[in-house]
Design a protein around this ligand. Structure first.
Ligand code: OXD
Ligand code: MN
Length: 596
């Protein structure tokens, strides 16, 4: 065993690293310092062992390519567990394992799993280093790809150890690829021990433990006990023509366009008026009550881990610039000149390339069942520093966070939910958040049109009983002197032929303008049983050529459709039994009454 001098005197940390060393039996231990020299050294090493391919440095300066194991391309929710003392504490929406069983099972897989490998110790901060919002984690990993991704997604190294000091609290995050065997893969959360153990996967959401595991599941649990919130939300600043910036957060289920909304470019009509948009975060928000009475948000991450396919100069020009350098591309297609390509990119399809799994690919290629083979995996990703985003907010690293005026919930609903509506107040907003869902499309298993409920877009990320989570939302509303207003949006409503009625992307700013004007009491609205809906004429449509009938359809509320939805909501809420807050049942009954 080769050991470097340790850069800390934190006894609990040193003891933990020693224990893990005994368990995993690595060949050497490297403490990550976060320096530029270290970055270069690790990149060179990653290239020499084939973990990364250096991309064409003229076209993709500072960027690298990675292919993951074909069985390891997405988060594995079925292998993700919340390991609380009782099953009830994990609740009906999580997989549960007792801590004893979980440690026992994982220990067997971790035993000797790093033989011949380097064990990296990564001190990282979620949130600006030293902010009172921030949390420190230490990730132990045997994946150099994980180290280089954590470098982008979080703040790492000696600065973090300095803030941790000799006695500071940290989340123990243990990760090993082991042998990437899906039968020996486990993503385990021990909220009561402030610990995460992940083994058998190298994929981002399973292996970059600062992101979903710490910043949502563990942080959510800590937030509940300490009186703050960890949410699956983007954070966006909108500057109006007077130069005032107002901030919103938005929670949409995965793959509903959070990154695109977080980086949107104002459409012509609104740009001419003087609107600007500032990105604070695209995936996670930590929210706290500020002494000034507002709810403040920080983005705990330092980078974007975004889905690549479909990213182009029309859908998200800011993302295109963000990923033009210093980016790690995972599972896209690789061209012979060492540049990358994906479905829906600005470039036409290459005549030939290597697909995400490394096989020869050409346009029109089909598999044995005659299905087209994609060059880039649909969940291929970019990892890029947030600081490279052209519209990154000057306040994105403000240790105090930004004050939130509005919270938006949304899902993918072909019918029922109008383009936008404002809820009647905090508790009604929580009820609406608890009903968030997306309709199944033909691409998913199950009945088309059936709703998959995903309250607050947190189903895969809530680290404790979701009934208690709803209760926490209700309590936060009571305790916040100036809570944000809560809205619901739906960009995905379709006409009878299944065609989207709303153009989406940059045009969504028209909806956000209305939202913020409602927050300031500047526009009126139509009161419907579900909430306040815009008056068509108060919705700025300058420069958008949309048939009037489309806007009517987009804003319509059809009571019969909602009544059908209520039956499904009720069945869903009942899952939480006595944990489900009475306040939300009250809102449910109010809605039922209003619908008549
Ligand atoms: C993500 C997700 O990767 O929500 O951000 O799945
Ligand atoms: Mn996400």
């Amino acid at each position: 065993m080769i050991t470097m001098e340790t850069p800390t005197k934190h006894q609990e940390l040193l003891k933990w690293v020693q224990d893990i060393e005994k368990l995993c039996q690595p060949e050497r231990i490297v403490w990550i310092d976060g320096s530029q020299q270290e970055k270069k050294r690790l990149e060179n090493e990653a290239v020499s062992i084939g973990e990364l391919i250096e991309l064409n440095q003229d076209k993709h300066p500072g960027s690298f390519y990675h292919r993951s194991h074909p069985n390891d391309v997405a988060r594995t929710e079925s292998l993700t567990y919340i390991c609380t003392k009782t099953k009830e504490d994990a609740g009906p929406t999580n997989n549960w394992m007792s801590p004893e069983e979980a440690y026992f099972k994982a220990r067997k897989i971790f035993t000797g799993c790093m033989k011949g490998r380097t064990l990296y110790v990564i001190p990282f901060s979620m949130g600006p280093v030293g902010s009172k919002f921030s949390r420190i984690g230490i990730e132990i990993t045997d994946s150099i790809y994980v180290v280089l991704n954590m470098r982008i997604m979080t703040r790492i190294g000696n600065d973090v150890l300095k803030v941790l000091g000799d006695h500071g609290e940290f989340t123990k995050c243990l990760h090993s690829k082991a042998d990437l065997d899906i039968k020996k893969r486990l993503i385990l959360h021990f909220p009561e021990d402030n610990t995460i153990w992940s083994v058998g996967s190298g994929y981002g959401g399973n292996a970059l433990l600062g992101k979903k595991c710490l910043a949502l599941r563990i942080a959510g649990y800590l937030g509940k006990t300490e009186g703050w919130m960890a949410e699956h939300m983007l954070i966006l600043g909108i500057e109006n023509p007077k130069g005032e910036v107002r901030y919103i957060t938005a929670a949409f289920p995965s793959a509903c366009g959070k990154t695109n909304l977080a980086m949107l470019i104002p459409p012509q009509g609104l740009k001419a008026k003087g609107y600007k948009v500032w990105t604070v975060g695209d995936d996670i928000a930590w929210l706290r009550i500020h002494p000034d009475g507002s709810l403040r948000a920080i983005n705990p991450e330092a980078g974007f881990f975004g889905v690549v396919p479909g990213t182009n100069s029309n859908t998200n020009p800011n993302a295109v610039t963000t990923i033009s350098r210093n980016t790690i591309f995972t599972n896209v297609a690789l061209k012979s000149d060492n540049t990358v390509w994906w479905e829906g990119s600005d470039e036409p399809a290459p005549e030939k390339a290597l697909d995400w799994s490394g096989d020869d690919w050409h346009p029109g290629i089909i598999d044995e069942q005659d299905n087209p083979i994609k060059a880039a995996h649909p969940n291929s990703r970019f990892t890029a520093p947030a600081s490279q985003c052209p519209c990154i907010s000057p306040k994105w690293e403000d240790p105090e966070g930004v004050p939130i005026s509005a919270v938006l919930f949304g899902g993918r609903r072909a019918r029922v939910a109008p383009l936008v509506y404002e809820t009647f107040g905090w508790n009604h907003g929580v009820y609406v958040g608890a009903t968030v869902g997306s309709e199944r499309t033909a691409a998913q298993e199950g009945k088309v049109g059936e709703i998959r409920r995903d309250p607050m877009a947190m189903i895969p990320f809530c680290g404790y009983n979701m009934g208690d989570y709803f209760r926490h939302w209700i309590e936060m509303g009571k305790r916040t002197p100036r809570p944000p207003k809560i809205f619901h949006v739906n960009w995905f409503r379709t006409d009878e032929k299944g065609k989207f009625l709303w153009p989406g992307f940059g045009e969504n700013l028209r909806v956000l303008e209305w939202v913020l004007e409602r927050c300031e009491g500047k526009v009126s609205a139509v009161k419907t049983p579900v909430g306040h809906v815009p008056k068509k004429e108060e919705f700025d449509m300058t420069g958008l050529d949309l048939p009037g009938s489309a806007l009517d359809q987009l804003l319509s509320v059809v009571p019969a459709d909602w009544k059908e939805d209520l039956a499904d909501q009720e069945a869903f809420f009942k899952k939480f039994g006595s944990k489900f807050p009475e306040e939300i049942w009250e809102e449910f009954r109010g809605m039922k009454k209003r619908l008549g």
